[in-house]
Ligand binder design. Sequence first.
Ligand code: CMP
Length: 140
Amino acid sequence: MAVQRTFSIIKPDATRRNLTGKINALLEAGGLRIVAQKRIWMSRQQAETFYGVHKERPFFKSLVDFMTSGPVVVQVLEGEDAVAKNREIMGATNPANAAEGTIRKTFAESIEANSAHGSDSPENAAIEIAYFFSGSEIVG
Ligand code: CMP
């Protein structure tokens, strides 16, 4: 498997509890390299567009409220099979189903406040990275 890039968000529940370093330590220990990073406060419009694929889901408004409730850290991760690797390190969306030692099992508060987001495919990774970063902000 070739070197890939994926998109990652450290969510407001984690920034509020000062967990960005602990979460990134798990990503780095898993072999991923942070090649772009910024701390931002998403606007409603940014969050609605980013999560547009979920706009018909019952949790959409609550998700947008949550993602705009505090700062997030958006980042680009690089490594072998980075999309799948990041998802493995994060664990299942619902922390109740996440494996021991994963970010969500260790830190998440709920299925919504689940501490981290990661792209679900290389195609979506490219779209999500381009939504938050220009090429010159990514330094491998
Ligand atoms: P994320 O991987 O960022 O993608 C969509 C987000 O919606 C998910 O993590 C959760 O934060 C949130 N969410 C809230 N409720 C649900 C649900 N029932 N199923 C899936 N995702 C949910």
